[in-house]
Write a protein that binds this ligand. Structure first.
Ligand SMILES: Cc1ncc(C[n+]2csc(CCOP(=O)(O)OP(=O)(O)O)c2C)c(N)n1
Length: 559
């Protein structure tokens, strides 16, 4: 049915059809018509204080909710400020929809005030981008954007709307479906390939499953659990896969990689078969890729055909949805019968109990103890986001995630400043659970202005700063690999308690583990954002780690 309306109205109507309830953004000259139209709709707008934060909020919302997150920005600097957030979403396959204003059509290409080539700039960091050239093109653009962003391997999509297209009044039509030539988000799975993979499984004695972020995106956690229990195969995850498998399950061995769990890094090397599911053989996970599982057979399941063989040659590959692939495999495995090796089960027990013995005796205001204390005080479904650096690696090693979508972190881009705005986005998506950002002082300072958003919009989260007064991870590398020659890593400002208070948030500074426990309990009860500034030793290293350029066997366990 054709209806007459402005481009801005068509945008808002189209967003409503995609069930958009909240938008994160900042207005400006080139998107004023959209912001004016916003007043006529029942859509919550969360005002960010920097567009990068708006994009991270939309990303956090998407990762916590399983649906796309939307952000708005004006042209020029608004758009360029979004770039980090869009690239971050792209690297981690997160469905973020960015709607940018653009200068009016007659000014495009003339270096008009606040003109920037949004389409050109974002082409390499979006799954797709569109610039509607008429108001009537907007509904299809939005339908397409959501379809592309949320199907197959998800990813961000940008829609750049010239200002005069926003005000133009035209007959518009809202399409039900879109069809894009050459885009097959869910390629049908070839049963023959499943057969090949199952044959490798039947011959293996020491299988390990490695689950990536794709398991979460395809809601395949149940299939993963069934496969691991059927094979009695230990499950490791990549950093992005954390939460895809309950980390308190007896078969869980934690994350693999540069700062992986020693149990995972050991068993992955001993495996005779690695079953990679929704995982992209990233360098942070594999270490020196040539040495990664070099004696094992490899099976790779991924929705994105381009990932097969990109970083590592594999023995069997299944292109398609992880959940579907797992259920097809399980069916064949059950028909064929599979006998798990008891020796492999014993080896798992042995390695796990060794680690537990090594871990005992930790205490004091040390990052692992602080994080474990948090885990004890939080419900199973609480959401944790992280910043980047040592804080992130401590969180991934010591905060056990039990469910998908409860551990949210910048994996691919490693963006400092992501965690806090992402926590705000996640809290908007799932208001009933506590959301905690585990932060470093350097990272939090990058987007601390989101305190204003969090307080003004009544979106209470908890920020726990592991404050070493350092760009800690960089300092760790300088300590270990540059002979302690510290260059540009010392930070001693601001006073985060006063900063929190200046924004109307609560600021607390515990001096012992007991005081931390009390502070955290107080924060959980508080209806305003709390910043807990935890002073830690600046010389503390995150261990274990694999030195740059090394393989899993080069893991250093203590400094
Ligand atoms: C935007 C951005 N700039 C620079 C870096 C490089 N970098 C990686 S970790 C790190 C230090 C992080 O320090 P902090 O946030 O205090 O966390 P810590 O390592 O001390 O836990 C830096 C500068 C980055 N990842 N992102």
């Amino acid at each position: 049915m054709l209806v007459v309306m402005s481009g801005a109205r068509a945008l808002m109507e189209a967003l409503k059809r995609e069930k958009v309830k909240v938008v994160f953004g900042i207005p400006g000259g080139a998107n004023l018509p959209i912001y004016d139209e916003l007043l006529n709709h029942d859509v919550r707008h969360v005002l960010a204080r920097h567009e990068q934060c708006a994009a991270h909020m939309a990303d956090g919302y998407a990762r916590a909710s399983g649906w796309a997150g939307v952000c708005f920005a004006t042209s020029g600097p608004g758009t360029t400020n979004l770039v980090t957030g869009i690239a971050n979403a792209y690297m981690d396959s997160s469905p973020v929809i960015a709607v940018t204003g653009q200068v009016s059509r007659p000014f495009i290409g003339r270096d008009a005030f606040q003109e920037t080539d949004a389409i050109g700039i974002t082409a390499p960091i979006t799954k797709h981008n569109i610039q509607p050239s008429k108001a009537s093109e907007i509904p299809l653009a939005i339908r397409t954007a959501f379809y592309v962003a949320t199907t197959g391997r998800p990813g961000p999509v940008l829609i750049d709307i010239p200002k005069d297209v926003q005000t133009e009044v035209e007959e518009v039509e809202f399409p039900e479906k879109v069809k894009i030539r050459g885009y097959t988000p869910y390629p049908p799975i070839d049963p023959q390939l499943v057969h090949q993979a199952v044959a490798l499984i039947a011959n293996s004695r020491k299988p390990v499953i490695l689950a990536g972020g794709g398991v979460k995106y395809s809601n395949a956690s149940k299939g993963l659990l069934e496969l691991s229990e059927t094979l009695m195969a230990p499950v490791a995850t990549s950093f992005m896969g954390k939460g895809a498998f309950p980390e308190d399950h007896p078969l869980s061995i934690g994350i693999v990689g540069m700062h992986g769990n020693p149990v995972a890094n050991k068993l992955v090397q001993e495996a005779d078969l690695l079953i990679g599911v929704g995982f992209r053989f990233s360098d942070r996970t594999t270490g020196k890729v040539g040495e990664f599982c070099s004696d094992a057979k490899l099976i790779h399941i991924d929705i994105d055909e381009a990932e097969i063989g990109k970083n590592k040659r594999v023995d069997a590959a299944i292109v398609g949805d992880a959940g579907e692939a797992l259920s097809m495999m399980l069916k064949q495995i059950r028909e064929g019968g599979f006998k798990a090796s008891e020796d492999w089960g014993r080896r798992l027990e042995e390695v796990k109990s060794q680690l537990q013995a090594e871990e005992e005796g930790e205490g004091g205001l040390k990052p692992p103890a602080v994080i474990k204390e948090m885990r004890r005080l939080l419900p199973r479904n609480a959401i944790v986001t992280t910043e980047v650096g040592q804080n992130q690696m401590w969180a991934s090693l010591h905060f056990k995630a039990y469910m998908p979508r409860t551990f949210i972190s910048s994996g691919g881009l490693g963006t400092m400043g992501f965690g806090f705005p992402a926590a705000i986005g996640a809290k908007v998506a799932v208001p009933e659970v506590p959301v905690v950002d585990i932060a470093g002082d350097g990272s939090f300072a990058m987007t601390e202005n989101s305190l204003a958003t969090s307080v003004a919009e009544n979106i209470p989260v908890i920020v726990v700063i592991l404050n070493n007064r350092m760009l800690g991870m960089v300092a760790q590398w300088q300590r270990l690999f540059y002979d302690r020659r510290y260059s540009a890593v010392k930070l001693d400002k601001p006073d985060f308690v006063k900063l929190a208070e200046a924004y109307g948030a609560q600021g607390l500074r515990p001096q012992s583990l007991e005081e931390f426990r009390e502070a955290f309990k107080k924060a959980l009860k508080c209806d305003v954002t709390t910043v807990i500034d935890v002073p830690i030793d600046p010389e503390e290293d995150v261990m274990p780690m694999i030195p740059p350029g090394g393989g899993l066997k080069d893991m250093i366990e203590v400094a």
